[in-house]
Design a protein around this ligand. Structure first.
Ligand SMILES: Cc1cc2nc3c(=O)[nH]c(=O)nc-3n(C[C@H](O)[C@H](O)[C@H](O)COP(=O)(O)OP(=O)(O)OC[C@H]3O[C@@H](n4cnc5c(N)ncnc54)[C@H](O)[C@@H]3O)c2cc1C
Length: 516
């Protein structure tokens, strides 16, 4: 581990590992440096308590590019994803429930409980998304889509209308156009706010919804899947492919600064005093951490520094990890034996209005009194993640602000976690007594653990004004930076966050095109 590298990648998130693998496969000498003692960033499985293995941050997969899976031969490296079926179970306060299956005929039978009219609307709604996804697909491979490329993609019948829907409408507005049932709208609106500082009535949240259905699992557009062994398997599979191609990966190696000489990156200096030289440096860290932390304002144009400081980086997601002695017993679909209410996602959101209210509380600096919850019990679908007879439960919740209007996270973390448990328990009253362990991760905990500034799960909002040539900052989009030989390869770059791989892949191609 000495001498000069062709490329150093700062951070072993899945994007950094993907970029490293493409470069190593192209014959380059590559070193990945990770500050934590585990690789994967937010794509990680951890043994949170003895015998309980949880996907601590990201928990399900939809977007990981088929090109990445193919090029890196990830299946041979143990990547195994299965679509959830059912996709989700949604209990409502009146005791009714809805289940969405991979089979749309079965899902429509569920919709019938709420509205006959909405059954026909369901196909039209998906046809609209299929059209938008097909238009957007070619743009995902570009470093930063230009206006001309966007116009070409949205050319033809309904093009203008699709662009307007994607970039201007709120998810609530879109759903109002198609559906009459409040329960159906409540179920479908949550994808429009995931990881986002916005409510379902915020313009642009249609884009967030699109982002959450743009992938396919097992041929099912928009379906989400469990990765066997948890999300850490994604990172481990990529790392295995990277090592096979010759890349070196070093953990406990926090980069303090990018070494810059005559305006060009020449390597990195670590917090522990070690230094490594390289022809190019790729940063998988978020834009703030990269530019303001590792590069430094003095090496950057003023407007970039201003733009990065203005980026809204503070997240409002809380992740609650639980070890359970028994499965949740839902009032709307009783049973403590494994059933369809346990094997897909469990969505707790009574209405569009409730989600909007939850957001408005967060905007005022308060944790939502009745947060939206996206729950998953992966142990109900796979052995080895919990001791026999026990289960894991992962709750992804919104919202709780990074900066609370009253008190600190240290003071209020337990209360915020208890409120989330109580919200879930309104639908599954046995939950509190089933809990054997609990860990609550607010935005500040995600920041400290994963190293994402503000704990924003996407390294910056994925609302439309922050996408395309506005990502991460207008005037400085794409993967190249104003510092020669320094590139961004993480979720903060186009086409954005999630376990996706597009920024890492595109960045590697740009480096190879620029230099080799
Ligand atoms: C709680 C949570 C839940 C989520 N749920 C989902 C989900 O279910 N599905 C989904 O698709 N997406 C989900 N996401 C989003 C997704 O996980 C992220 O957008 C994605 O993993 C980002 O990947 P990345 O490789 O760009 O960066 P990261 O995963 O953030 O990795 C960056 C890496 O850089 C390292 N690093 C930072 N600074 C330094 C330094 N100075 N020196 C060395 N190393 C450094 C960090 O330690 C980290 O390992 C979730 C995210 C969170 C936080």
């Amino acid at each position: 581990m000495n001498g000069r590298y062709d490329a150093i990648v700062v951070g072993s998130g899945h994007n950094g590992l993907i970029a490293a693998t493409y470069l190593a496969k192209a014959g380059k000498r590559v070193l990945v440096l990770e500050r934590r003692d585990v690789i994967g960033g937010a794509t990680v499985t951890e043994e949170t308590w003895p015998g309980y293995r949880l996907s601590t941050c990201s928990y399900v997969c939809n977007l990981l590019l088929p090109e990445v899976i193919r090029d890196l031969d990830l299946k041979r490296h143990s990547y195994d994803v299965r679509p959830l079926d059912p996709q989700y179970f949604v209990p409502f306060p009146d005791g009714k429930h809805m289940i969405s299956y991979l089979d749309s005929a079965m899902t429509k039978e569920q919709l019938r409980k709420f509205s006959e009219k909405d059954i026909a609307a369901y196909d039209a709604y998906w046809a609209m998304w299929d059209r938008i996804i097909a238009r957007m697909r070619p743009l995902l491979d570009l470093p930063e889509p230009t206006q001309a490329e966007i116009e070409r993609a949205f050319d033809g019948p309904a093009g203008e209308e699709d662009w307007h829907t994607l970039t201007k409408k709120s998810i609530a507005e879109v759903l109002d156009e198609y559906f009459e049932s409040e329960q159906i709208k409540a179920t479908l609106c949550v994808g429009g706010v995931i990881g986002t500082n916005a409510g379902p009535r915020t313009p642009g949240t249609a884009y967030v919804k699109y982002h959450h259905i743009l992938g396919k699992i097992g041929g099912h557009q928009g379906a989400w899947g469990y990765v066997r062994g948890g999300m850490g398997t994604v990172s481990q599979a990529i790392a295995s492919s990277a090592r096979e191609a010759g890349a070196e990966i070093l953990t406990n190696a926090e980069v303090a600064e990018v070494e810059i000489r005559n305006g060009a990156a020449t390597g990195v200096n670590l917090l522990d005093g070690r230094s490594f030289d390289a022809g190019v440096v790729l940063s998988n860290a978020d834009p703030q951490r990269t530019y303001l932390g590792m590069v430094g304002e003095k090496h950057l144009p003023d407007d970039l520094v201003e733009g990065v400081k203005r980026m809204r980086a503070e997240g409002s997601v809380v992740k609650v990890l639980l070890a359970l002695g028994e499965l949740p017993d839902f009032t709307a679909l009783p049973g403590k034996e494994i059933g369809p209410q346990h094997t897909g996602g469990i969505v707790i959101n009574p209405s569009v209005d409730a989600l909007q209210e939850a957001w408005e509380e967060c905007e005022r600096g308060e944790p939502s009194r009745r947060p939206f919850i996206d729950g998953y019990i992966q142990s109900a679908t796979e052995d080895g993640l919990a001791p026999p007879g026990k289960h894991t439960l992962s709750l992804f919740c919104q919202y709780a602000p990074y900066t609370l209007s009253g008190g600190t996270w240290e003071e209020r973390r337990d209360e915020i976690g208890a409120n989330i448990v109580e919200t879930f328990a309104q639908y599954a009253p046995n939950l509190p007594n089933a809990i054997e362990h609990i860990e609550v991760l607010g935005p500040r905990d995600i920041e400290a653990r994963i190293g994402i500034t503000g704990g924003n799960i996407f390294h910056g909002e994925i609302l439309p004004e922050k996408m395309f040539d506005g990502r991460p900052v207008p005037g400085y989009s794409g993967y190249r930076t104003p510092v020669e030989n320094l590139y961004l390869c993480g979720a903060g770059a186009w086409p954005g966050g999630a376990v996706f791989g597009a920024p890492g892949r595109n960045c590697a191609f740009e480096v190879l095109a620029d230099r080799y």
